[in-house]
Design a protein around this ligand. Structure first.
Ligand SMILES: O=C(O)C1=C[C@@H](OP(=O)(O)O)[C@@H](O)[C@H](O)C1
Ligand SMILES: C=C(OP(=O)(O)O)C(=O)O
Length: 672
């Protein structure tokens, strides 16, 4: 997951390969609640692990459900409809699928058994309506108190006392703001069917109907067969009781699939984008996104649990579509619209305005930043295609809305819109995808191909102990980029030579070995032939050997390709001695870091003493001077600033100040 302030996507020119989707949010949170209310243990497979399911799991735990995590499954032992805890404060983030159903279930449990529960969320959750559900619960006789603005969370359900509920008359609920209110009642009211059936009637036109189908399917898996008259009237039979199905599998998220369906439709290759985890047999309504994608030109094949998508018509075809049945996936169409031959109009999407953000306004604002012409209304959005040449590099605000981040990432494919200046796209706060798809960007980067030469590189060169390793790794962390510690490659070569008994002067043998170096970087650990060499790599003696190994041109040549291979999406920070001069001469920003030899020697002394290694200042000074001379004077790739490097003397700067300085230079070179 990227937790950086922003993530810059270089222009992308292709996509192919396989993505395995994380579990469906809608199924995961329904299954968790049903398993939590049922008696006995449910073995949940392939559950989504994301912000939305974490808040649900934390709530279930607070309510006394037992959760046992194994590698492939989660065992949920439910409360069997009996409150174990009579009071709790539950924080539900921005998860509508947790807030609405838990409000209903706890309102009913608290009213019938005596209890009081507070439910709250992030500030945006407190702006998302829940009044229609609260009205329905009050009709039943459940005490529900607004803790802030009436009709919105936070809420307190129950007042500690027990109440008789009015289950004899139909409970009326409005369904034109969110289908989750009806879902919440359907999931919760089996709890009060002991004395007779319970009827729910929907007032007005129900939106997002396919989500009710998911609810009914999962209720059936838990032993509850709801009788229904279309989407207007639902009857929960007397004596409905949740029965665990034993084991239940969560299919991949169909809304998350939409980004990869779009990718396949836009990518210019014969090879498909293959999506695994969700397919034509899906119980999720958002699977119907593929119809819309096909109408825009995508070629889609599929079976049980898989889809394959390729580009068909190109440019895509603009469409007009009522999107009431696919409210979440429809957002993806708004970005596909940029690649179309005419306008795309998405209608009946008023609910977009009350989701993670006002999605109609947000989408219009951000598409306009890219250069698009967009018209928005109370319940529609119309997007004009963006011709090649008209695309602008944009920093996309994501409004803490996972779908804004995932949808707008598709704008990075702009080179495919035709001949024009390709532009990168900045996604602000990429962490917001954690709501439903924490590793979205990693999955995207596995499939896409960047425009040649467009993956940004920032180089940090400088002499020994100048602090370039620390600076580079901080920069890489801030930008979400890969890190190449090129010194580590020379150090590893030196260690490998030592192991193999190869003389540090034997250039030919050293080069042969360097070319086959079995080196792996695993987070902060470095493995050589499977052996952890993180600590020996950092020894002063290893540094000395590396400096001797690195004077050989053939060794440098052997490691050259390996270093280039670190330039991968989304970008690279490379530190060493010749990163800007030899290995990445086209780097976007080259920093040459220096500090006085006295400063460097005293920093190194502190470091070594801190590790309990004996050293003296005089010894280190002499050593650094000798290494500087060798590095500067070597005939191949001497350690000197590139002509276009920016010099940074950090003798008097803290690490944070150096990082800020370089990030400032970096930002000045970005087009955002
Ligand atoms: O029941 C569900 O799982 C959902 C219903 C939909 O909400 P609305 O019914 O509010 O449109 C959808 O947007 C949401 O992401 C998940
Ligand atoms: C609307 C969404 O979420 P929620 O479940 O919080 O309503 C969504 O995921 O797009």
């Amino acid at each position: 997951m990227y937790s950086t302030a922003f993530l810059d996507l270089p222009p992308l020119v292709n996509a192919a390969g396989t993505v395995r989707l994380p579990g469906s949010k809608s199924i995961s949170n329904r299954v968790l609640l049903l398993a939590g209310l049922a008696e006995g243990t449910t073995d949940v497979r392939d559950l989504l692990d994301s912000d939305d399911t974490r808040v649900m799991l934390a709530a279930l735990e607070a309510l006394g459900c037992r959760l046992q995590r194994n590698r492939a499954s989660l065992l949920v032992t439910g409360i069997g409809g009996q409150l174990r805890t009579r009071e709790a404060k539950l924080f539900l983030g921005n998860a509508g699928t947790a807030m609405r159903p838990l409000t209903a279930a706890l309102a009913v449990l608290a009213a019938t058994q005596g209890g009081a529960f507070e439910l709250s969320g992030v500030p945006r959750m407190h702006e998302r309506p829940i009044g229609d559900l609260v009205d329905a619960l009050r009709q039943l006789g459940c005490p529900v108190a607004d803790l802030a603005q009436p009709g919105f969370p936070p809420l307190r359900v129950g007042d500690g006392a027990t109440h008789m509920l009015q289950t004899g008359a139909p409970i009326r609920v409005r369904g034109d703001v969110s289908s989750q209110f009806l879902t919440a009642l359907l999931l919760a009211l089996p709890l009060v069917t002991t004395d007779g059936p319970v009827t729910i009637e929907v007032d007005g036109e129900l939106i997002s109907k396919p989500y009710i189908d998911i609810t009914l399917r999962l209720l059936a898996r838990f032993g509850i067969d709801v009788q229904r008259d279309g989407y207007r009237r639902f009857v929960l039979p007397q004596g409905s009781a949740y029965r665990t199905p034993g084991r239940i599998h969560v299919e991949g998220d169909a809304s998350s699939a939409s980004y990869f369906v779009a990718l396949g439709a836009i990518a210019a290759t014969d090879k498909p984008v293959r999506i695994e985890g969700v397919g034509l047999d899906s119980i999720q309504g958002d699977i119907r996104f593929i119809d819309a994608a096909q109408a825009m030109g995508a070629q889609v094949k599929g079976g049980d649990g898989w889809l394959e998508v390729k580009r068909g018509a190109w440019p895509l075809k603009g469409i007009t579509l009522n999107c009431n049945h696919i409210p979440d996936a429809a957002m993806t169409l708004a970005v596909m619209a940029l690649y179309a031959d005419g306008p795309t109009r998405l209608t009946d999407i008023a609910s977009w305005r009350v989701k993670e953000t006002d999605r109609i306004a947000a989408m219009a604002t951000e598409l306009r930043k890219l250069g698009a012409t967009v018209e928005e209304g109370a319940d529609f959005i119309e997007v004009q295609p963006l011709p090649a040449g008209a695309w602008r590099a944009a920093s996309i605000h994501t409004y803490d809305d996972h779908r804004m981040a995932m949808c707008l990432s598709l704008a990075a494919l702009n080179p495919l819109a035709g001949a024009g200046q390709p532009v990168p796209v900045r996604i602000e706060d990429p962490r917001c995808v954690a709501k439903t798809f924490p590793d979205y960007f990693e999955a995207l980067f596995d499939l896409v191909q960047p425009l040649a030469g467009s993956v940004p590189v920032l180089t940090v060169d400088g002499p020994t102990a100048s602090g370039k390793g620390t600076l580079a790794s901080e920069l890489a962390a801030k930008l979400g980029y890969h890190l190449l510690d090129s010194g580590a490659l020379y150090r590893a070569t030196a260690l490998a030579a030592q192991d193999a008994g190869i003389s540090l002067e034997d250039e030919a043998s050293l080069a042969m070995m360097a070319a086959q170096l079995d080196l792996r970087f695993d987070g902060h650990r470095v493995l050589l032939g499977g052996r952890d060499i993180t600590d020996p790599l950092r020894l002063e003696s290893t540094g000395g050997m590396a400096s001797r190994v690195s004077v050989h041109p053939a060794v440098r040549q052997a490691l050259f390709q390996l270093q280039l291979s670190f330039r991968r999406l989304p970008g690279l920070v490379a530190d060493g001695r010749d990163m800007g001069t030899v290995v990445f001469p086209s780097a976007e920003l080259k920093v040459f870091l220096t500090a006085s030899v006295e400063q460097r020697a005293s920093r190194r002394l502190k470091q070594l003493l801190g590790k309990g290694v004996a050293a003296t200042l005089d010894g280190l000074l002499a050593d650094l001077r000798a290494r500087d001379e060798r590095d500067m004077l070597r005939s191949v790739a001497p350690c000197k600033p590139a002509e276009d490097a920016v010099l940074l003397d950090n003798s008097a700067l803290s690490i944070d100040a150096s990082v800020e300085q370089v990030l400032g230079w970096w930002q000045a070179r970005r087009p955002f």
